[in-house]
Ligand binder design. Structure first.
Ligand code: UDX
Length: 463
């Protein structure tokens, strides 16, 4: 239930292991597109799986909720739980799904909550379904489970088919065995299924996202401090990350986290904690640091220009990260708004997020939507790179120099090489990260000059 991001990836990947799957959604336009194997958002590899599995009649799409639910053995709820204005997660779609399940099922089934729901919701859903079944004077066994998703946009198929671990909160052995059958093909090597109680599974999802968001805000603060004291945050990151207890992933400083999960889930867990009288001060700080970090590029812009009234800026990249067309909570939106508020204009381009951006920004007359990256820079006062799309790494500096009115580049993802740009006559502002090549050279230099290198080479020759 719910042919959105999570529902579609889950449905398609389960159909691909020969389970019979129907993705059901109330949005007729979306279902009609999907019936033609058109995925309404950008996600690499998903469209091929949908084509393949619909051709084999393993995957179907429907708006007929009653028919789709009647004979289902397993029902996965994957509808959206967006943030309400007060920061709580809006669970009305999940309850609407539960009411349909209660009203339409005709046999025993396992109901799986994949939507990210506030702690305690899964058990409330179970009650809701059972109450409705009782009112129908029927007796079906409904098992309930919490099976949160950990998919990253842009990498979702791979995350689903090769998971680090699968978290499942269950109440019965029967539910457990059903999951073991469903997920067996994905966990052949390590079997990373962690069964636990339902509340702990719900909590795991929030705790995981909150911890990742905390790492990012922590590293952003460290990066800002590194800049102030003239330390190299990349070396610090590697030094810190090579401690096994810390690990090297998700330690990249940047222009703040965005997307559909981290901002929403951090807000929601703060709200849950408040409900239990626990002010989650750490996460409040994580949120506030992220808010400030999203202003970083704009601050650098103001530092350089002092006033930007009437000036035009080329924005490369609108998606909250590369390989997705999602612009929810994207740093680009904060930047564009700040430029507009300060009297500036923006010309924007993204390889895949233009339709979403136009919907969101069409009421801002200070924004011009461009067909290509080069269109944005014509007569612009500066170029700002906001999303790390690979195509922005390869520049024709001569063309950029000819088109840009002032030769200034703000690189929010450190995709470019400062020395090269300076040599070409550009003023370059990166953020605290450096690009991979520069890093490799730096590491090589350090290794070659260090005693560790000599020791390693000696050992190598000896053995
Ligand atoms: C995230 C979680 O990773 C996933 O497990 C969960 O199910 C949904 O939320 P997603 O939002 O798709 O996935 O993106 P992710 O790749 O995790 O990045 C989130 C944000 O953090 C992006 O804005 C990214 O640019 C930023 N980020 C990530 C950093 O700033 N530094 C890092 O080191 C990693």
């Amino acid at each position: 239930m719910g042919a959105g991001y999570v529902g579609l990836v889950t449905g398609a990947c389960l159909a691909d292991i020969n389970l019979d799957v129907t993705c059901v959604d109330i949005d007729e336009d979306k279902i009609n597109l999907l019936k033609k194997s058109v995925v309404p958002f950008y996600e690499p590899a998903l469209e091929e799986i949908i084509k393949r599995t619909t051709e084999k009649s393993k995957l179907a799409f429907s708006t007929d909720i009653r028919k789709s639910l009647q004979h289902a053995n397993v029902i996965i709820i994957a509808v959206g739980t967006p943030s309400l204005e007060d920061g709580n997660a809006d669970v009305q779609n999940v309850f609407a799904a539960a009411q349909s399940i209660g009203a339409y099922i005709n046999q025993d089934c396992l109901v799986v909550i994949k939507s990210t729901v506030p702690i305690g919701t899964t058990l409330l859903i179970k009650n809701e379904i059972q109450n409705i079944i009782q009112k129908r004077k029927q007796h079906f066994n409904v098992d309930i489970a919490s099976n949160p998703e950990f998919l990253k946009e842009g990498n979702a198929v791979s995350d689903f088919t090769k998971p680090d671990r699968i978290i499942i909160g269950v109440e019965t052995e029967h539910a457990k065995n059903t999951f073991l059958k469903i997920y067996k093909p994905f966990v052949l090597n390590q079997y990373p299924i962690l069964f636990m109680d339902i509340t702990s599974a719900e909590m795991t999802k929030y705790a995981a996202n909150a911890m990742l968001a905390t790492r990012i805000s922590f590293m952003n603060e460290i990066a800002n401090l590194c800049e102030a004291v003239k330390a190299n945050v990349n070396m610090v990151r590697m030094g810190v990350g090579s401690d096994n207890r810390i690990g090297s992933k998700f330690l990249y400083s940047g222009i703040g986290y965005g997307g559909s999960c981290f901002p929403k889930d951090v807000k929601a867990i703060i709200k849950t904690a408040e409900k239990y009288g626990l002010p989650f001060e750490l996460l409040k700080a994580v949120e506030s640091i992220n808010h400030q970090q999203k202003q970083l590029l704009f601050k650098k812009l103001m530092n350089h220009f002092k006033s930007i009234e009437g000036k035009v800026f080329a924005i490369w990249g609108l998606a909250f990260k590369a390989h997705t067309d999602d612009i929810r909570e994207a740093p680009s939106l904060t930047l564009i708004q700040a430029i507009t508020d300060a009297g500036g204009y923006t010309k924007v381009y993204d390889p895949v997020a233009m339709p979403n951006a136009e919907t969101q920004l069409k009421h801002n007359p200070a924004v011009t939507f461009c067909q290509t990256a080069n269109d944005t820079i014509k007569d612009a006062n500066a170029l700002l790179i906001v999303t790390e799309w690979p195509e922005f790494r390869i520049l024709d500096l001569q063309i950029i120099k000819t088109l840009l009115k002032e030769h200034v580049i703000f690189d929010g993802r450190n995709l470019l090489n400062k020395d090269e740009l300076n040599q070409f006559g550009f003023t370059y502002y990166g953020i605290v990260m450096k690009n991979q090549e520069a890093l490799k050279t730096e590491i090589a230099k350090i290794l070659q000059s260090s005693e560790m290198w000599t020791y390693l080479m000696d050992s190598y020759h000896k053995t």
